[in-house]
Design a protein around this ligand. Structure first.
Ligand SMILES: [Zn+2]
Length: 211
């Protein structure tokens, strides 16, 4: 079996992310999502293809590139020095088993390396909350987490791949806050706000639907 390097975005043989796809990732940052999540790119068009392709191809190289996009946004917002530690919101055991890895963890490790700070697993899914003690609405709102103790005053950057409602990262921030940590939240891509999606130029619509 030959493992040929192909672009995560368009499947072209060659680099893990081809030049065309790299350029497609450059652009203004999306507006911060609910819960104040900083995201690098909108989850549309090529960016969407790359994030989806990341699961299947060149994980390490693509993680590094996507981590770089997050770090660049942090530098733009001058937040890159306000991070003592990087972590991720762990995915469910089921999803991890299906994929064989946790995308959030790969990303967190790559971001931490680029920022020169440690990466630690600080969060666990709150299993007790998943079945009992929560209303149906709360369950639908996303997972809850428990953070490791001893984080008083520690500035923690929590990263994730795609942010939609921000409820997962928001829950991560709440759990870290319970331990006295100060959380900063970032994602590679954010799904566009529906109200904004209605006014994006036609060309962007075409690119998104072609993806
Ligand atoms: Zn490409």
């Amino acid at each position: 079996m030959i493992f040929e390097t192909r672009c995560a975005g368009c499947d072209k043989p060659g680099a893990p992310i081809c030049t065309t796809c790299r350029f497609a990732l450059l652009g203004p940052a999306p507006r911060p999502s609910p819960h104040g999540v900083i995201s690098a790119v909108p989850f549309t068009g090529r960016a969407r293809s790359i994030v989806l392709g990341w699961k299947y191809r060149n994980r390490r190289a693509v993680s590094r590139h996507l981590a770089g996009l997050i770090v660049n946004r942090l530098i733009e917002t001058r937040a890159q020095h306000d991070v003592d530690m990087v972590t991720w919101a762990p995915t469910s055991t089921k999803r991890r088993r299906e994929r064989g890895f946790d995308q959030g963890e790969l990303l967190a490790r790559a971001v931490a390396r680029q920022l020169g700070v440690p990466c630690r697993r600080l969060l666990d899914r709150d299993a007790s909350a998943s079945q009992t003690g929560r209303t149906r609405a709360e369950r639908l709102d996303g997972p809850t987490f428990v953070a490791r103790p001893g984080l008083d005053g520690v500035r923690v950057l929590v990263v994730d791949d795609v942010v939609t409602t921000g409820s997962t990262l928001g829950a991560a921030a709440a759990a870290l806050g319970d331990r006295g940590a100060v959380a900063c939240l970032a994602a590679v891509a954010s799904t566009p706000d529906r109200r904004i999606a209605e006014v994006v130029p036609m060309r962007r619509h075409a690119a998104a639907s072609a993806a």
